[in-house]
Design a protein around this ligand. Structure first.
Ligand code: 3HC
Ligand code: NAI
Length: 685
């Protein structure tokens, strides 16, 4: 092998048996940043100019073939050479170019592979064009080359779902030429390059392939059919339509003209609010686990066994998270009946999953086998972590934590799942406050992806680091929260719920409120949401409340007799006459005229501005570390639409000065931080 030459800081080239091996080395995911693009251009020049080189392999060092363009570069301004041009040059190369794919070849990474003349993949590799998840489309020729290689329908499927395909399927689709054992990838790529350089005739360039697109052109219904079959994926978001339009161009226009359509559509999406929001969310999701002062050198506590106290709504779901990853759980209840009911619900949940084919019967038994019920707190003597999920009452929590103090081994972590109570106060019931923290799950706890890790004043770094790490292990995204009423997500959304009640009383019909928020992107509006969580769960301020009156009539929402809406057997709601009467009654009691009907736009402002205001306070008080953490908590805890970026990112896009003015008009004092940022022209994110 020749000596290894640097083509740039991140790309090297060496020659072996007349084959140039070009390796990208840009950890962690070999994203195609400026220096990689420059290195690839230099490599192509070397390959073309060096007569000793007869063919080339493009691959990477580290854990993966490039996983895409460098998303971090998008917001700081991209510099030439642009990726589409680099890939054109790879394709135009006069010597055979082989992509040796492993890990996750995503986005621009897969587009580089599509520019190569041959593709060989390791058996464990995955390939995809996930740009849609960032509100974008594949903008380096992906929308034009992929349909030419695998047909428009398969290409649309990959680009509009954003889901990667495994190597075996990629081979079946014609996306790669060969799949080989992981450890044979480079040797097989060398063999392929050697075979190809010996071959006469033109190189197979994907942009020149016509067979697939000709077939697709004959299918007049293809695009309408695809959209009809995948309608859900086109709802609310703009990128899928632009992808469809670009693929239409691939099918109907010559390659170069199609590239112009792709480029125009990419630019439209790149500057869109949706893409800005989704890119923010991409990084925010990955940032939440980073806590200043806590790093690799913070010792973690080994959690090999868990105790859960309370087998009610939350306790059962919490226990499942640990059984799912093979950690044994002891569940403690006060009464046998409650324990049996709790374990019964868990079994039913697992069996339902098995019925859907996502678990085997044996898995169900293995997981149930990891759960031990007990009526005796003493059985928690040896566990490494206890999570308390008993009734939301400080007196009961005091009883529980005082017992834990005497029962648990030194070094055990003591956590509470409380929604609103003071973790610092709970910690005083033990003599080891450094071992106490909040682990706040969201209901249903086995499903919802958010875990708020609540740091008490005295929680040790090790305890917090272990909580954050454990979240990842059970498949949740951790967000660190400080101690306050409701932590981040619940505190943030309480003003939203309160405002929805005031709006209803002031005269906006519930359907108008709910539909405005559905149009904003929530799966349901706040009134329907209250019916779903139960009208007895949230207590609203005021001496006579809508929910209080409805509950007094035994209307508790979907779970009992309907609430604001009446429900048919398919759970479709219509505004309930009973709720209408209650609204009238509360209006009379409070002396509200009920004649202010807001437009959908005013509903959105009326419900969301108070949320932004609360978010600013949460940030200012240091309850959340970053605005992005608040966004992640809202997205994962309350299904805030991610293409809106979460509340804080949405506020930045929407305009902070508009929000300040709107709050003042509503008679709400804007938070100091919000006012300051608005005045400075600053932003939360
Ligand atoms: N650009 C910049 N940074 C990236 C990146 C990218 N494309 N992909 C991942 N990273 C960073 C992450 O931010 C993270 O940084 P951190 O360690 O500082 O937090 C680090 O790489 C590791 O990422 P993950 O924590 O996500 O690691 P995983 O192993 O869980 O996942 C992955 C790896 C599957 C590659 C996942 O990161 C991923 O899906 N990345 C995004 C892929 C993508 O969207 N590609 C398309 C980009 S757009 C594009 O290519 C446009 C083109 O068509 C012109
Ligand atoms: P729940 O009422 O469904 O269950 C509580 C269970 O605790 C009951 O089964 C009860 O028998 C048991 N229990 C009471 N005292 C006990 C004791 N001393 N020892 C052992 N078991 C005892 O309540 P839920 O909804 O599960 O809430 C539990 C905790 O989780 C509360 O602090 C609540 O605020 C919090 N939480 C609730 C959420 C929800 O959506 N329900 C969401 C997030 C947190």
């Amino acid at each position: 092998m020749s000596e290894t030459k640097s083509m740039s800081d991140t790309v090297t080239l060496s020659v072996e048996d007349a084959v140039a091996v070009v390796l990208i080395d840009n950890p962690p995911v070999n994203a195609l940043g400026l220096s990689v693009r420059e290195g690839l251009v230099a490599a192509i020049e070397e390959i073309e100019g060096n007569t000793d080189i007869k063919a080339a392999i493009i691959s990477a060092k580290g854990r993966t073939f490039p996983a895409g363009a460098d998303i971090a570069e998008f917001d700081i301004g991209m510099r030439e050479p642009w990726l589409p041009g680099v890939i054109d040059r790879i394709e135009a190369c006069s010597k055979p170019m082989v992509a040796a794919i492993f890990g996750t070849a995503l986005g621009g990474g897969l587009e580089v592979a599509l520019g190569c003349h041959y593709r060989i993949a390791a058996a464990s590799a995955k390939m995809g064009l996930p740009e849609v998840k960032l509100g974008l489309l594949p903008g380096a020729g992906g929308t034009q080359r992929l349909p030419r290689l695998v047909g428009a329908e398969a290409a649309l499927q990959m680009m509009i779902t954003g889901k990667p395909v495994k190597a075996a399927l990629a081979e079946q689709m014609g996306l790669v030429d060969k799949v080989v054992a992981d450890d044979a990838l480079m040797a097989e790529a060398m063999a392929m390059a050697a075979a190809m350089m010996a071959k006469d005739g033109p190189l197979p360039r994907v942009s020149e392939k016509t067979e697939m697109v000709e077939k697709d052109r004959a299918d007049a219904e293809l695009f309408d059919r695809f959209k009809a079959e995948h309608g859900r994926l086109f709802r609310d978001v703009i990128a899928p339509d632009e992808i469809l339009d670009s693929v239409k161009a691939a099918v109907n226009l010559p390659f170069r003209e199609g590239m112009s359509v792709e480029s125009a559509n990419f630019n439209k999406l790149f500057t869109s609010d949706q893409s800005r929001a989704l890119r923010h969310v991409f990084f925010a999701m990955r940032e939440t686990s980073k806590v200043p002062g806590i790093g690799k050198d913070t010792p973690l506590i080994d959690v090999k066994s868990v105790g859960v106290i309370g087998a009610g709504t939350m306790g059962g779901g919490i226990a499942m998270n640990f059984a799912n990853i093979g950690i044994p759980v002891t569940i403690v209840e006060v009464k046998q009946e409650a324990l049996d009911r709790g374990l019964g619900v868990i079994r039913k949940n697992y069996e339902n999953t098995a019925r859907k084919g996502r678990l085997t019967d044996a898995d169900v038994e293995t997981r149930m086998g990891l759960l031990t019920g007990s009526l005796d707190m003493e059985s928690l003597a040896d566990v490494d972590l206890v999570i308390e999920a008993v009734f939301e009452s400080m007196e009961i929590k005091e009883k529980v934590f005082s017992r834990l103090e005497t029962i648990c081994k030194p070094g055990a972590i003591l956590a509470s799942n409380t929604s609103f109570l003071d973790i610092n106060h709970i910690a005083t019931f033990t003599s080891r406050p450094e071992m106490v923290l909040g682990l706040h799950f969201f209901s249903p706890a086995n499903v919802m992806p958010l875990l708020e890790v609540v740091r008490g004043d005295k929680s040790s770094d090790s305890v917090i680091a272990t909580g954050m790490k454990l979240a990842g292990k059970i498949g949740k995204t951790p967000v660190l929260a400080g101690v306050c009423d409701g932590f981040i997500a619940n505190r943030l959304m309480l003003p939203y719920m309160v405002a929805s009640q005031e709006m209803l009383l002031a005269g906006t019909p519930m359907q108008v409120i709910d539909s405005a928020m559905r149009d904003y992107g929530f799966a349901m509006g706040p009134i329907a949401l209250l019916d779903l969580i139960g009208l007895d769960v949230i207590t609203f301020p005021g001496d006579m409340t809508l929910t209080g009156e409805l509950v007094a009539m035994e209307r508790r929402g979907q779970k009992l007799n309907g609430g604001f809406y009446d429900y048919d057997e398919k759970r479709r709601g219509t505004p309930a006459p009973a709720a209408h009467d209650v609204i009238e009654k509360v209006r009379r009691h409070r002396g509200i005229a009920g004649d202010v009907e807001l437009t959908p736009e005013q509903v959105v402002a009326g419900l969301l501005y108070p949320v932004i205001n609360e978010g600013a306070k949460i940030l200012d008080e240091g309850i959340a570390l970053r605005a992005g953490d608040i966004d992640v908590a809202a997205i994962l805890g309350y299904n805030w639409p991610s293409y809106q970026g979460g509340p804080m990112c949405w506020a930045d896009i929407h305009g902070l000065d508009k929000i300040v003015a709107g709050l003042e008009q509503m008679g709400i004092e804007p938070a100091a931080m919000l006012k300051k940022l608005a005045a400075e022209g600053g932003s939360f994110t």
